[in-house]
Design a protein around this ligand. Structure first.
Ligand code: SAM
Length: 255
């Protein structure tokens, strides 16, 4: 089948075999894994995952690709769920108590942030996640305090996951080539994340980074007095990028 890549679905298909091999190596699938691939596209990753697994689930939005994949992998242990990964119930793939899911995918970049937040709702049932994303987004996800990339995304995700950028991938590895560099990220849900309401954490972090160059005494004044910051041992004269994740969590727990 000739498929014309659809921009609105973020379709950039991986064609570089060495990159595909490196991704599969990083994932290191084990036969009994319960694995879900988001956005299988034309199956470049799928066909490398299937021989290593007893079964694989895939979630794909594009109906034409679902038809193509069902035909291509007719006799293989692949279950394709046609639909939007942003509203997909990943918990439905787990049928027995205690089971955990592995999630992988070369993600559509246009929905990457909302998808990461949707997946956070299932983190307690997930072993790990390996994704291809825009490099700049992965840098923000993995950034540590004091760096330019550190901000809302770093804090919101690192509260719940250990995050590592594994390697970068150039545009030529795809067809069509995206305009940006890409990177593979590994996310492992923390076993004992600090207790915190993600909504409150989101409120504090959004407010703190609303003016990145200003000190938090000013930006956080709608939520906290200077005395409250000091009582928590947080220097009000610091900029948000100098405040660690544990401190943001403490602040959110005061709301
Ligand atoms: N995995 C393939 C590869 O590496 O060649 C395709 C990757 S392509 C970047 C992203 C894929 O996600 C496309 O197949 C696209 O149709 C699919 N997709 C886009 N939006 C989606 C959504 N909301 N839910 C599920 N799949 C989606």
């Amino acid at each position: 089948m000739k498929h014309i890549p659809r921009k609105r679905f973020g379709q950039n298909f991986l064609k570089d075999v060495s990159v595909l091999d490196a991704i599969i190596n990083a994932i290191a699938p084990q036969k009994n894994d319960i694995m879900a691939e988001i956005g299988p596209g034309m199956g470049a990753m799928t066909e490398r995952l299937l021989p290593k697994l007893n079964a694989l689930h895939a979630i794909e939005l594009d109906r034409d690709l679902v038809t193509y994949l069902n035909d291509k992998f007719k006799n293989k242990p692949l279950t394709i769920h046609q639909g939007d990964a942003l509203s997909f119930d990943f918990g439905s793939l787990l049928t027995e108590p205690g089971q955990k899911l592995r999630v992988v995918g070369n993600l559509p970049y246009n929905i990457s942030t909302p998808l990461l937040f949707h997946l956070m709702g299932f983190a307690g049932h997930v072993v790990d996640q390996h994704f291809m994303l825009q490099k700049e987004v992965v840098e923000r996800m993995a950034a540590t305090p004091g760096s330019k990339a550190y901000g809302r995304l770093s804090i919101m995700l690192q509260w719940r996951y250990d995050i590592d950028m594994l390697f970068t991938v150039p545009p030529e590895a795809f067809n069509p080539a995206p305009k940006v560099d890409s990177a593979i990220v590994r996310m492992i849900p923390k076993e004992n994340p600090a207790s915190c309401s993600p909504e409150n954490l989101g409120k504090v972090v959004t407010q703190a980074f609303s003016q990145r160059r200003k000190v938090i005494r000013n930006t956080l004044s709608p939520l906290f007095t200077t005395a409250q910051l000091e009582n928590l041992g947080i220097d009000p004269a610091k900029r948000p990028e100098e405040i660690g994740i544990a401190q943001f969590i403490e602040l959110s727990n005061q709301l």
